[in-house]
Design a protein around this ligand. Sequence first.
Ligand code: GAR
Length: 237
Amino acid sequence: MPKNRMAVAVLASGRGSNLQALIDACDAPDFPARIALVLTNVPGANALARAEQAGIPTAVIDHRRFPSREAFEAAMRERINKTGAELVCLAGFMRLLTPGFVAAFSDRLINIHPSLLPAFPGLRVHGRVLESGARFTGCTVHFVSAETDAGPILIQAAVPVHPGDTAETLAARVLESEVRVYPQAVRWIGEGRVRINGAVVEIDGVAAPVAALINPLPEAATAGVRRQPTISISEKK
Ligand code: GAR
């Protein structure tokens, strides 16, 4: 294990797939981070069980027990700071954060969102993607700025929309990429390779893909690939 692994606090409200990806990544001997705290605002969230299973300290701070958003966030800040966390990862944390909370963790707060930001911030993402007719969606890991689902982008995965997708099938395909890119982003930060330059994130030693992704595929390339149903002239009538 690297010495002085970066302490990370993970904030989650639900299922915890992205948390689990981070937990699993931390098992690798060369991973430069460790999870020092899993904090949830939802008592009984599945993320809690995942943390407990991995022997990670947990905290439940139920927002409903606080008179204001500020008081709730003050309690979270105190608990996070106690762990000495150098990075805070939002992993399906479904409370809006005030500019005060974001400023308190300036450049140390990252989020994963299931779309290619800046497209489709907010809720009900996959249904909105399908309604839009977009051929690609994806996921984004970004530093958090005061606006919802916005801030300098660390890494994205482009995910194709398939004919016949439902919000559920699309969410599942996007999640497969989420659990790959989130640990990768944390690794780069832990390795000290990431700088924020205005809206742009610079990462030492990374390369960009050369080829474009095209969806639908040109016909010559589709042998053996799922095709969009062809509508015959008689059906059209
Ligand atoms: C993930 O798809 C994550 O991208 C999304 O919530 C889900 C949590 O799933 N986050 C947002 O929509 C944030 N705006 P998980 O608890 O299984 O990781």
